[in-house]
Design a protein around this ligand. Structure first.
Ligand SMILES: NC(=O)c1ccc[n+]([C@@H]2O[C@H](COP(=O)([O-])OP(=O)(O)OC[C@H]3O[C@@H](n4cnc5c(N)ncnc54)[C@H](O)[C@@H]3O)[C@@H](O)[C@H]2O)c1
Length: 340
């Protein structure tokens, strides 16, 4: 049985508590939160779980094998560092830290301590996202030209990090995973209307190797909840709507035929139609399942086997590097910023 302490029982933490509580391989021994009201709620729902405002109390408990961190992003580095120093495996919510040097240091500490360090990039445990990776890897889409990702809602409004760190962190993790690489540069514009210096909406473009582009629109100041992704390849195109429970993916058998074969001057509707292929739209069957459960399963498996997690510290670090470049570009009025 793997003993778990969850630090942070705000909006997201209870989902992690539930998953580790329900899994027969793990037992939630402690929940830590500095808000007494949150602890009271936990005590009511899980009477056997010990609660405290102080993470160190749980980290001292020898029965605790793993620490799950779901506190605001600015607090991750110190809490994860302390957990690793106490010899615990760590699952930390995304993004891993607000500074790439801190993220790098956490990776090194985990390696030295031989502990699992995993980041909660939950979309990489989403079956539809995994299916898209298969389409890309097997050439179903052909050469990928670009991805467009829209992640909006009205709230929740953060005060520690901006909309890019909070929301676009998901999309960066997804595109890095799909392409199996990291972006080389970022440009971004944004607006901070509600809190000075904290962008409520960010419009960023990441440039990946081979000229692939990813455009990210992340906003918590928007009338509609949207989770829309489009991937355009030279053979096929697809859309991914994470809000659709039953039909999240659509594959469009659409393609622009070789433009060199089209007339130099296209002046009729018919000749324009001849330059594109407009075939079937396929809706693949995606089995239902809670991505967070798959993520928690994976963490427990990695602790058991010693395997590297799919979203380990290094993958988390890559996301932070891209976010830092977005941040620099925002401060520089949209200048293209290289990612080392
Ligand atoms: N994977 C996802 O889809 C997803 C969704 C939402 C949030 N998140 C991530 O989860 C983390 C938490 O987000 P949230 O929405 O639950 O935030 P939240 O503000 O609702 O909750 C954070 C909780 O942490 C507690 N806390 C703050 N500092 C603490 C400290 N030093 N020690 C102990 N407790 C402390 C607060 O009292 C609060 O209850 C963030 O990193 C966020 O990015 C991930």
């Amino acid at each position: 049985m793997i003993g778990v302490a969850v630090v942070g029982a705000g909006h997201w933490g209870p989902n992690l508590i539930r998953n580790f509580h329900d899994d027969p391989r793990s037992e939630v021994l402690w929940v830590i939160d500095r808000d007494a009201a949150r602890l009271e709620e936990v005590r009511t729902r899980f009477p056997t779980v010990r609660v405290s405002k102080e993470p160190a109390e749980a980290f001292r408990d020898g029965r605790v094998d793993a620490v799950v961190v779901s506190t605001p992003t600015v607090t991750h580095y110190e809490i994860v560092k302390a957990a690793l120093a106490s010899g615990k495996h760590v699952l930390v919510e995304k993004p891993i830290a607000t500074d790439a040097r801190h993220a790098q240091e956490l990776c090194e500490r985990a390696l030295a301590a031989q502990r699992v360090l995993m980041v909660g990039h939950v979309f990489l445990y989403n079956v539809a996202v995994q299916q898209v990776k298969r389409y890309i890897d097997t050439g179903e889409l052909g050469r990928v030209y670009y991805a467009s990702m829209v992640r909006t809602n009205l709230g929740p409004i953060r005060v520690d990090v901006n909309a890019a760190w909070d929301l676009a962190s998901h999309d960066i993790a997804i595109v890095n995973y799909w392409l199996g690489t990291e972006p080389v540069s970022a440009t971004a514009y944004g607006g901070a209307w509600l809190n000075p210096g904290i962008e409520d909406a960010v419009f960023a473009t990441l440039r990946y190797p081979d000229g692939v582009l990813a455009h990210l629109h992340a906003s918590w100041l928007h009338p509609r909840k949207t989770r829309d992704v489009t991937v355009v390849g030279d053979r096929r195109m697809l859309t991914f709507d994470d809000l659709s429970l039953t039909e999240p993916l659509r594959i469009f058998d659409k393609q622009v035929t070789d433009v060199r074969t089209t007339p130099a001057f296209i002046d009729t509707f018919a000749s324009f139609r001849a330059s594109v292929r407009d075939g079937d739209i396929i809706i693949p069957k995606i089995p239902p399942g809670e991505p967070l459960k798959a993520e928690c399963d994976h963490f427990l498996e990695c602790i058991g086997s010693g395997a590297q997690p799919r979203t380990g510290g290094q993958e988390g670090l890559a996301v932070v590097r891209a976010l830092e470049a977005i941040q620099r570009s925002l401060r520089q009025g949209g200048r293209e910023e290289k990612i080392a």
